[in-house]
Write a protein that binds this ligand. Structure first.
Ligand code: ATP
Ligand code: MG
Length: 445
């Protein structure tokens, strides 16, 4: 017995009253059985889209050509889709045509994984034609039907299999796994945006370390070959007890489930594949890898068509994750300024996670300085220190009023004033800063 929302049972009963079969189906049934709260409830029905529209007062034609109508009830929207058979797939992604059917069994057969191919009706109970319940119990992702055919039809299922494994902490059934390996190359047919979405879902899941499955199935070899290098690159130095790749997976596990933080964790050390040098004692060094990681992260995220906000954040956080802080109040203010006020607290989370994924030797040495940086940061926040032009006591307009000619030198003057304020917060008053003008002005010409 599954608890279903009132609106869903209203929709099912309305359809049934009119003589049409209808069931809750797919992800919502899976999640409800697992005791997870479903994100949305989807309904599958024998009724044609037109018939669905006639039965409900408020509907939206969300994907009417694929048989999907959204029914608006109370304050929610519910996708009601007509039983469907997907026609042949020509491009490895989109069925060239869909056909409606009157058989629930055919609709369930087109679905990707057994755990996603169950239907539920409050009076009839669970309809499970492909062993979904058993696979849920055994925590297994298994393709419905012949795995190779299913991944050949739609390569996005490759990403979905691994993403579900991470969200649910499931294993991938061996034949399904082998089929993924065999058809990994077909991911080239999938849009970068879809790959981005699936990877982000995996990274922000409860088990980001399942990213390893992308490596084991040969997907990173195609999409992100640097990751394969990371997995096989040792780090012979006392700070590390893992390869670069293993360390990366541990860093992702140690940071909270936020997309920017998890993407940063994934990419923070990618620059090590280009900066490794081994000294005469056999010790590995990775000088300047933060900078290299930042550039490589930018290229990779751009290739996945990421938005500027994410790219910028990950660039900054990877860039400074190996920053050596000057442990003074002024040193920290300068660091906050350099990194950016908004990014700084995120950087601290990355530094902590990165440290926790290192050897005991490293933790012992690095955690005290991390604590110190946090303490200095707290003090700086409490003091409401000015660390950017936003809170500098002098603005461009004040300079003009004081007789400075508008132009690029204005920005220079403001930046120099900020430099002084970073050293000495007491200078952050209009009077004190404007008093510096003659000195700054001459130094510029
Ligand atoms: P979530 O919404 O939590 O990501 P979900 O299982 O609900 O997971 P949706 O993308 O919302 O996933 O799709 C709903 C259902 O549609 C799935 O449970 C599955 O039965 C079917 N489905 C979705 N995408 C595919 C696909 N690419 N191939 C086959 N069936 C699919
Ligand atoms: Mg869903």
């Amino acid at each position: 017995y599954l608890e279903i929302p009132k609106a869903v049972s209203i929709i099912l009963h309305t359809l049934n009253e009119a003589g049409h079969e209808a069931y809750a189906v797919g992800g919502c049934v899976r999640d409800a059985m697992l005791g997870r709260t479903p994100e949305d409830w989807d309904i599958t029905t024998a009724a044609q889209p037109q018939q669905v529209k006639e039965l409900f007062r408020r509907t939206v034609d969300t994907g009417i050509q694929h048989g999907t109508v959204t029914v608006l009830i109370q304050d929610g929207g519910y996708e009601v889709t007509t039983y469907r058979i997907d026609g042949s797939y020509e491009d490895g992604r989109h069925p060239t045509q869909v056909a409606f059917t009157s058989l629930l069994s055919e609709d369930l057969r087109r679905r990707d994984f057994t755990i996603n191919a169950m239907a539920y009706h409050p009076e009839e109970g669970l309809i499970d034609l492909y062993g979904g319940q058993q696979d849920l119990e055994n925590r297994i992702i298994r393709a419905v039907g012949v795995p190779e055919e299913r991944f050949q039809e739609d390569a996005l299922r490759i990403m979905r299999a691994i993403r579900f494994a991470a969200q649910l902490n499931f294993d991938i059934e061996p034949d399904t796994f082998q089929a993924i390996r065999k058809f990994a190359e077909r991911l080239e047919l999938i849009s970068r945006e879809r790959i981005q979405v699936e990877m982000t879902k995996l990274l922000k899941s409860a088990h980001p370390e399942k990213f390893r499955l992308f490596y084991e199935t040969g997907i990173t070899a195609i999409l992100f070959p640097e990751f394969d290098e990371m997995m096989t690159m040792p780090q012979n130095n006392p700070y590390h007890c893992y390869s670069v790749g293993e360390h990366t997976l541990h860093t992702m596990m140690a940071v909270e489930a936020d997309p920017i933080l998890r993407w940063t964790a994934l990419l923070h050390d990618v620059g090590k594949v280009r900066t490794r040098s081994t000294d005469e004692n056999g010790i590995d060094h990775f000088y300047g890898h933060g900078k290299e990681s930042s550039e490589m992260a930018r290229v990779f995220l751009r290739s996945l068509k990421f938005d500027n906000t994410t790219v910028d954040a990950v660039k900054v956080l990877t860039r400074y994750h190996d920053y050596h802080f000057d442990m003074t109040a002024a040193g920290l203010r300068k660091a906050i300024h350099k990194v950016g006020e908004d990014y700084f607290p995120l950087l601290l989370k990355i530094i902590y996670a990165d440290t926790m994924a290192k050897s005991d030797y490293a933790k012992e040495r690095l955690l005290p300085s991390y604590e110190k940086v946090c303490a200095l940061y707290e003090e700086s926040l409490a003091a409401q220190d000015c660390v950017s032009l936003k809170t500098l006591a002098v603005k461009g307009k004040d300079l003009i009023d004081a007789g400075v000619k508008p132009g690029p030198q204005m920005g220079e003057i403001l930046n120099q004033m900020l430099e002084r304020v970073l050293d000495d917060p007491d200078l952050n008053t209009k009077e004190a800063l404007l008093a510096l003008l003659p000195e700054l002005h001459t130094s510029l010409y």
